[in-house]
Design a protein around this ligand. Structure first.
Ligand code: TMP
Length: 216
């Protein structure tokens, strides 16, 4: 039986550390896990990611940004996520359709119905079974993200970290609104805690999900 879990949250929420830990935990438990991310996850979508996150691309307009996220997702779902789920694997994906609603919708102010249509086109019937929302105050998340960037030598992948605090506040509130609208699918994780405590919460939520699906 397949399982599709997505990881969402503002910058610096720690979700990328947690997804790797969860992948290792589930593999040790004998599950066949695919760990992937958006934008990206396959060569064509990784090429689109490079355009989207390049800090030099200040001229990218919001509509083009939205369409590029949708294009990357369509490719990634068709090439990676859907085949893995069809093979009965567990797919852990760092960001998915909710990120587009939060960032391009609540953050940039683009039309939520239009984003829903594009999301539906890109993902087809592939909908997450569980979405973990790593929630924490924006100031703490951005502080962590800036410290991470300062410690990296590679090309600048920080187009979003350059946005205002108000932009990130809208994204946080947007995610919380989405979680309230779909309480069955979303689980809020208290991401302000230290990494071990956060991981314990993640494992508890995922184990409960596995029990409900008869995989314990
Ligand atoms: P990451 O920080 O999780 O690697 O995600 C890359 C950036 O892309 C992050 O700032 C959030 C942003 N993003 C969107 O704006 N819309 C989307 O649909 C996705 C998947 C990511």
């Amino acid at each position: 039986m397949s399982l599709f879990i997505t990881f969402e949250g503002i910058e610096g929420s720690g979700k990328t550390t947690q997804i790797s830990r969860l992948a290792a935990y589930l593999r040790a438990r004998g599950l066949d896990v695919v760990q992937t991310r958006e934008p990206g996850g396959c060569p064509i979508a990784d090429t689109i990611r490079a355009i989207l996150l390049d800090a030099a691309n200040t001229a990218l307009v919001p509509a083009a940004e939205l369409l590029l996220y949708a294009a990357a997702r369509a490719q990634h779902v068709a090439e990676v996520v859907r085949p893995a789920l069809a093979d009965g694997r567990v797919v852990l994906c760092d960001r998915f359709t909710d990120a587009t609603l939060a960032y391009q919708g609540f953050g940039r102010g683009l039309s939520l119905p239009q984003i829903n249509s594009l999301n539906a086109m890109a993902r087809g019937a592939t909908v997450p079974d569980l979405t973990l929302l790593f929630d924490l105050p924006v100031e703490i998340g951005l502080g962590r993200a800036f410290r991470r960037i300062a410690g990296t030598a590679g090309p600048a992948e920080d187009r979003f970290e350059q946005e205002s605090v108000a932009f990130h506040q809208r994204i946080r509130q947007g995610y919380l609104t989405l979680a309230d609208r779909e309480p069955q699918r979303f689980r809020k994780i208290h991401a302000e805690a230290d990494a071990d405590q956060v991981f314990a919460e993640v494992v508890a939520v995922v184990e409960q999900c596995l029990r409900q699906r008869g995989r314990s």
